[in-house]
Design a protein around this ligand. Structure first.
Ligand SMILES: CC(C)(COP(=O)(O)OP(=O)(O)OC[C@H]1O[C@@H](n2cnc3c(N)ncnc32)[C@H](O)[C@@H]1OP(=O)(O)O)[C@@H](O)C(=O)NCCC(=O)NCCS
Length: 431
């Protein structure tokens, strides 16, 4: 039986580094309610969230996946010594890569350091420890979504999937897209708990950048997270195809403009569709909502078809953000996990200050698009940092863009023929 992530020992390098400052790096026992509560309070505080209620803590503890590895840094001289002064939570998750397949990845989250202990290398010790912990489990890549885009490049992470926030002026919009044949139904979060996750699972492998998830990451989308004061505002619709099979859903809230009741804003939190029909049905429902003048949609894919389904392209304003950051650790395993757009041999030289991915690697791609990857002494077609490799990995960032930015040298066109994917990468959640 393989070792649970939570049972792996603490990383010795980072433990010793923090011990030299009088700090204790330790795995927190997630099965122990008191230990979990102390960790959770520290994490919540680290993100400037409201102090959690006992009900929230108890439910989050109950929903904590067995695969979650909680780590804390403890300072026995701190004001609340049982609460860690720094936190992380990590777990293995399947990350979709080009070719409708998944690579096992180390999802890194909950990175916080208390204001009282900032900028003395604690985050560095934690983040580097988790890279080594990923490798100890043979996980070839690590990934995270970030609060600030200035922190993680230094550890070899780089943006690999982007997302867009949309602001849509609905009075300018006339629907010109397909006429959906199914039916949009108002449902409760409870009704969607199982059907909705099944839809999420069905679309996951079709989109590089999507990841497997369940538990709290799922139920909070439905407004079922305990103590979530905002959840009462949520409304949910499900799209059923003409045979009555659920094929998509949307979660949204309505915000009133006190000066004009006809000027509500509809905030679209989630829209997931397994078919083009469901996609059209749900978007049309959202755009034609009465008393709404503006629809805002957070975290949408960069290749959203919506603008091609309405008659005024400029009714949609777009703001793009980096979203999923990827860090390649084991080059042969990571690169062999995906497929490529062209057959042949590509040799890449990777620079990695932390050492994990450094080397020159031959990627031999068969006619099927599958690759074998091994170290080589052959001359490289292209050279880049591990960061650039992370950005190329899901197939969404053009090598030519990175070359123009001075972030890789060599044959960028050849890299693009191999690495670019037909489907834009996208991750539909924060984690
Ligand atoms: C971001 C945070 C984790 C950094 O913790 P920290 O212990 O102060 O960081 P460290 O002292 O280990 O710094 C490591 C490196 O990152 C840099 N760094 C840290 N925070 C940074 C920030 N917000 N922006 C830019 N660089 C930052 C440091 O300058 C240092 O650089 P160097 O080692 O290359 O010289 C901490 O400020 C925090 O908890 N912030 C609020 C929660 C949050 O945003 N977490 C990130 C979730 S994705």
């Amino acid at each position: 039986m393989s070792t649970r992530s939570a049972d792996l020992p603490i990383d010795e390098t980072s433990r010793a580094r923090l011990a030299a400052q009088g700090l204790r790096l330790a795995v927190v026992d997630g099965t122990d309610a008191a230990a979990y509560e102390a960790w959770f309070r520290a994490e919540t505080r680290g993100f400037h969230n409201a102090t959690p209620t006992p009900e929230t803590i108890a439910t989050r503890h109950r929903l904590l996946g067995k695969d979650r590895r909680l780590v804390g840094v403890f300072d026995d001289t701190a004001g609340i010594p049982e609460q860690p002064v720094a936190t992380t939570i990590c777990w293995p998750a399947d990350l979709t890569v080009p070719g409708r397949r998944a690579v096992p990845a180390w999802a890194v989250s909950g990175v916080t350091v208390a204001q009282t202990h900032r900028r003395r290398g604690i985050a560095r010790a934690l983040v580097e420890a988790e890279l080594r912990t990923a490798l100890a489990q043979d996980l070839p890549v690590a990934m995270l979504t970030v609060s600030e885009s200035t922190i993680y490049s230094r550890f070899g992470y780089s943006p690999a999937a982007f997302a867009r926030d949309l602001t849509i002026s609905t009075r300018r919009v006339r629907w010109t897209g397909p006429e959906p044949r199914g039916r949009v139904q108002l449902v409760t979060g409870e009704q969607l708990r199982e059907d909705g996750l099944a839809i999420v699972e069905r679309v996951r492998l079709g989109r590089p950048g999507e990841m497997s998830y369940s538990g709290h990451l799922w139920t909070r989308q439905l407004g079922l997270a305990p103590g979530d004061a905002d959840s009462r505002k949520l409304q949910i619709v499900r799209y059923d195809d003409p045979d009555g099979v659920p094929q998509g859903f949307a979660v949204y809230e309505l915000v009133e403009d006190p000066a004009d009741y006809a000027d509500h804003e509809l905030k679209l939190h989630t829209l997931v569709a397994a078919t083009t029909d469901a996609y059209a049905g749900l978007w049309r429902y959202v755009l034609e909502m009465d008393l709404v003048a503006t629809v805002t949609a957070h975290l949408r894919p960069v290749d959203e078809p919506l603008r091609w389904m309405i008659d005024d392209f400029r009714a949609v304003r777009v703001n793009e953000l980096d979203h999923l950051w990827v860090r390649v650790l084991d080059v042969p395993a990571a690169l062999a996990a995906r497929t490529y757009g062209a057959p042949g041999r590509l040799v890449i030289a990777i620079d990695d200050p932390l050492g994990f991915a450094a080397g020159t690697w031959a990627v031999d791609v068969a006619d099927t698009g599958e690759a074998t990857v091994r170290a080589t002494d052959d001359p490289a077609d292209a050279s880049m940092s591990v960061n650039a490799l992370g950005s190329l990995y899901l197939g969404g960032v053009p090598a030519r863009t990175l070359a123009a930015a001075g972030l890789l040298t060599g044959d960028a066109e050849r890299l693009d023929r191999f690495f670019r994917a037909p489907v834009e990468p996208y991750l539909s959640i924060w984690f």
